[in-house]
Ligand binder design. Structure first.
Ligand code: NAD
Ligand code: IPM
Ligand code: MN
Length: 368
């Protein structure tokens, strides 16, 4: 059988730095677990713009459609802020999501015991936390038409449109209910049905799908602003949260801090099943290119490494190795190793990105 195939798009800023640590783990899988991946690398974001004048070349898009899974680092940076909107680095990532039709973005927020003291919230609020935000990723205000900056009378007007069809809501709702059945069987759907028609439709469709297909799952609805507050007040009330593209973006950065750092949060963006039965998929950390620390060796590679673990679980049916990687991360944190984002100024000396990657590989070795 052909080796499983991976397209690595490390991107900009800390993207290549954290991806270098994932490559060590891919190498470890080959050397120690006998699983060899066919790895292709290519450009996305600002680095693709620098070479091709576009943030995602058509050939790269075509490769992404062919492989078993895409691993992405991060895109963007201040040097690209003044580019025309159509060629900004972020457009490359959004094109991948849209054309691969990756409608269900799983963003788990798990608080490792060793970090429970480090969250900006009290320890008992976050200890043992294990929630997943399911963010709709291919529609909503990110993609709705009309959009643009227009002139009306003597001033400019900026327009974006929140637009959801029933079928778009239904498919992401199903993916949240399916996930909940494998977990604590609870879904909380978040929108603003009090002020947005698209929110009313969202609530109705999620409820209908629940009543017809998933009556066994416990479903609740919450306005997204209250949801943001509840995430900080008592996040352990949640199991799976399902929400739209924009609310999901904001709520997942908020959830990141429950785990201690944005550098801890992985994600899986999943689409419809391919011919092999596995979903079309892209895996990436929730964080961005962190221009403030790029090139300093301070980036935490754990979010990217845990995203690779999600790839093993969701694209390659290698749940056991995914768990092995998650346990190795847990072990390294329990041993007290910390990148700078996981410590205060008084907490001693942080380790570097590469030292964190090496420590995780050593913990993997010890697990055999
Ligand atoms: P960011 O996530 O890049 O950084 C926010 C803060 O978190 C920064 O202080 C950064 O140093 C810190 N941080 C992020 N990841 C970290 C890690 N792994 N280890 C340690 N610290 C980490 O968000 P931003 O500063 O708002 O955006 C910077 C650029 O990244 C922008 O161009 C933005 O559009 C882009 N972005 C890309 C993605 C993506 O590629 N998926 C996601 C978010 C932002
Ligand atoms: C994310 C990022 C992206 C988003 C940007 C970079 C397009 O913030 O993945 O969370 O807004 O979806
Ligand atoms: Mn974001």
């Amino acid at each position: 059988m052909a080796n499983p195939s991976l397209l690595i798009l490390a991107g900009d800023g800390i993207g290549p730095e954290v991806m270098a640590e994932v490559k060590k783990i891919i190498g470890w899988m080959g050397a120690k677990r006998g699983v060899t991946f066919d790895v292709t690398e290519d450009l996305v974001g600002g680095c693709a713009y620098d070479k091709h004048g576009v943030p995602l070349h058509d050939d790269t898009m075509a490769k992404a459609q062919e492989v078993d899974a895409v691993l992405l680092g991060a895109v963007g940076g201040p040097q690209y802020d003044t580019l025309d909107f159509s060629v900004k680095p972020e457009r490359g990532l959004l094109r991948l999501r849209k054309e691969m039709d990756l409608f269900s973005n799983l963003r788990p927020a798990q608080c490792f015991d060793a970090l429970a003291d480090f969250s900006s919230l009290k320890k008992d609020v976050v200890a043992g936390l294990d929630i997943v935000i399911v963010r709709e990723l291919t529609s909503g205000v990110y993609f709705g038409e009309p959009r643009g900056i227009f002139v009306e009378g003597n001033e400019r007007v900026g327009i974006n449109t929140q637009r959801y069809t029933e079928s778009e809501i239904a498919r992401v709702a199903r993916s949240a209910f399916e996930l909940a059945r494998k977990r604590a069987n609870k879904v909380c759907s978040m929108e603003k049905a009090n002020v947005m028609e698209s929110g009313i439709l969202w609530r109705d469709v999620v409820q209908e799908i629940h009543d017809k297909e998933y009556p066994d799952v416990q479903l609740s609805h919450m306005y997204a602003d209250n949801g943001a507050m509840q995430l900080v007040r008592w996040p352990k009330q949640f199991d799976v949260i399902v929400t739209d593209n924009l609310f999901g973006d904001v709520l997942s950065d908020c959830a990141a801090m429950l785990t201690g750092s944005l550098g801890m949060l992985p994600s899986a963006s999943l689409g419809a099943p391919m011919a092999n039965g596995r979903p079309k998929a892209l895996y990436e950390p929730v964080h961005g290119s962190a221009p403030d620390i790029a090139g300093t060796g301070k980036a935490n590679p754990i979010a990217c490494i845990l995203s690779f673990a999600m790839a093993l679980r969701y694209s390659f049916d290698m749940g056991e190795d995914a768990t092995r990687i998650e346990k190795a991360v847990e072990q390294v944190l329990a041993d007290g190793l910390r990148t700078a984002d996981l410590m205060g100024p008084q907490d001693g000396t942080p380790i570097s990105t590469t030292q964190m990657g090496d420590a995780i590989v050593a913990a993997l070795d010890a697990s055999l």
